[in-house]
Write a protein that binds this ligand. Structure first.
Ligand code: ZN
Length: 141
């Protein structure tokens, strides 16, 4: 699938310590009426809920990390799922020993500090639908 988009005004901002990272980003996106675009960010979290999609079982395996982690790189996209705007976010997080973990970021991830950019797209957004083949909600229209 391929689409072309125009660009809206780029947003740069931050969330507060204690905020739910996915919830906070979603609130900004909904508040600005953004339907599609790119998200990026850096910062730190006090707790992370990370998913690994197991292609064998076609289910996410979610793991909770209750520790201070640096957000080395967070990126994602914005589209629609179930008639609602849906930010799909992945992140690489680092530990005190400088090792890294990463994956799909779920709600429940709590901000220590978070600085982000959102590049909104102008045009008809992608809409996710369930894909039997992969077990994922992929862009269908
Ligand atoms: Zn994902």
């Amino acid at each position: 699938m391929l689409k072309t988009f125009g660009l809206g005004d780029i947003l740069q901002g931050s969330l507060m310590k204690g905020d739910d990272l996915i919830g906070g980003l979603t609130a900004v996106i909904k508040g600005r009426g953004i339907a599609s675009g790119i998200v990026s960010g850096i910062g730190a979290v006090t707790e992370a809920h990370i998913g690994y999609f197991n292609a064998g079982t076609k289910k996410y395996e979610e793991k909770v990390f209750q520790e201070n982690l640096e957000i080395v790189s967070l990126r994602g996209n914005i589209s629609y799922r179930d008639a609602e705007v849906f930010p799909h976010i992945h992140a690489v997080l680092s530990r005190r020993d400088f090792s890294a973990i990463g994956g799909h970021l779920f709600p429940g991830t709590h901000v220590y500090a978070f600085e982000f950019e959102i590049i909104p797209f102008e045009g008809k957004p992608f809409v996710r639908g369930f894909d039997e083949d992969t077990g994922l909600f992929l862009w269908k229209e």
